[in-house]
Write a protein that binds this ligand. Structure first.
Ligand code: SF4
Length: 362
């Protein structure tokens, strides 16, 4: 698995520090750049504002252009931006007001505000990068989040964001800000699990969540926002999917894409796996019907995180490779598969012993 941390030698700082590693040229491009001066084995020494900054990483691994977050007293730095990857996500808070049965990042009570550092990091990302923002629930800190997005929009209008939010915290008064942030620059990933409010509320562990989400979606629609509606397929909602598809057709036709997603076996998803995982390699009918309903209306529909061989042939075009590079793996039987180049494989934490029953090379 690709590591999202790198070792650094102790660096005398009192405040969190954002550093971009620069390996070409001797002139720093910004006050945040550290320029490479020496490499010896796994030790890379950089010049950061006249001081020696040392990173230890395998010689084969490229860190050129990576943006690191160094915290006081720590000898491993977070790789906030990996310049060679399309999968960079800033986890801006671990707080959340929902408790979803399949949450991959169960919420924590406390919040460390690093928005200033995330703003700098996003501003140092490669040209035209798409940066993910997730949590927890990022909009619990809406003011700080909007400030960050506005600042990056001014400094780096080429940077786009994909923001995962539970949609509970949009107010009608936010529409103007969302509009100004730009439809092309921000894709809002918003989960909806069922057209039946009690089912949705049960899955997210919050009474009244469905009704609040409906109001949030109205705000996004009025703001002309780009919305990726996200539905994790579970035992709890699988039979509801055709109804949800009809609901989307009639009420949410403005969305950019509907993503039906396979479950990630981590966090609460792992804890509740036996009661939640829907084996779509043996039972695909409701998903197929749902896809048929929305695509007939012209709504773009995708299957995220589905191994291609778990999907019937006629639906495989709906299943792009979506698992991030750093958390993707393949199984032994994938070696001989002709579809491996286009298949997204499995999450690192997937366990085949209690996973799909009917997979195999294509
Ligand atoms: S065998 Fe492996 S690579 Fe081939 S489709 Fe299945 S999961 Fe993907």
């Amino acid at each position: 698995m690709i590591s999202l941390r790198v070792q650094v030698d102790p660096f005398p700082i009192d405040e969190p520090l954002v550093v971009r590693l620069q390996e070409s040229g001797t002139e720093a491009r910004s006050q945040h750049d550290a320029t490479l001066i020496d490499v010896e084995g796994d030790r890379r020494e950089y010049n950061f504002q006249g001081f020696s900054f040392v990173v230890r990483t395998s010689p084969e691994e490229s860190v050129d252009g990576d943006v690191l977050l160094v915290l006081p007293g720590q000898t491993s730095a977070h790789r906030l931006i990996r310049a060679s990857s399309r999968h960079n996500t800033l986890l801006v808070t671990e707080q959340c007001d929902q408790l979803c049965v399949m949450c991959s990042q169960p919420p924590k009570k406390y919040h460390a505000d690093l928005f200033e550092q995330f703003t700098i990091a996003a501003s140092l990302a490669p040209q035209d990068a798409m940066v993910g923002i997730s949590g927890g629930e990022p909009l619990l800190h809406k003011k700080r989040l909007f400030e960050m997005l506005s600042r990056v929009a001014v400094e780096r209008p080429d940077i786009r964001f994909h923001i995962l939010t539970n949609g509970q915290h949009f107010e009608p008064s936010d529409a103007e800000t969302i509009f100004e942030l730009g439809r092309e620059r921000i894709l809002w990933g918003v989960p909806l699990y069922s057209a039946h409010p009690p089912t949705h509320d049960h899955i997210v562990g919050k009474e009244g969540a469905f009704a609040q989400l409906e109001r949030g979606l109205v705000t996004l629609m009025r703001a002309g926002a780009s919305v990726e509606l996200r539905t994790v397929v579970l035992q709890q909602n699988c039979n509801d999917l055709p109804d949800l598809a009809t609901f989307i057709n009639t009420r949410l036709g403005f969305i950019s894409v509907w993503a039906l997603m396979q479950l990630e076996r981590i966090g609460f998803g792992r804890m509740n796996w036996k009661f939640s995982f829907q084996d779509t390699s043996t039972e695909f009918e409701q998903i197929g019907r749902a896809v048929d309903i929305t695509t007939a209306r012209g709504i773009r529909t995708s299957l995220y995180n589905f191994p291609l061989c778990s999907v019937p042939a006629e639906y495989r075009d709906f299943a792009p490779s979506t698992i991030s590079d750093w958390k993707r793996k393949y199984l032994d039987f994938c070696t001989d598969c002709r579809a491996r180049e286009t298949c997204g494989g499995f999450f690192q934490w997937y366990s085949h012993d209690e996973g799909f029953a009917a997979l195999g090379p294509l």
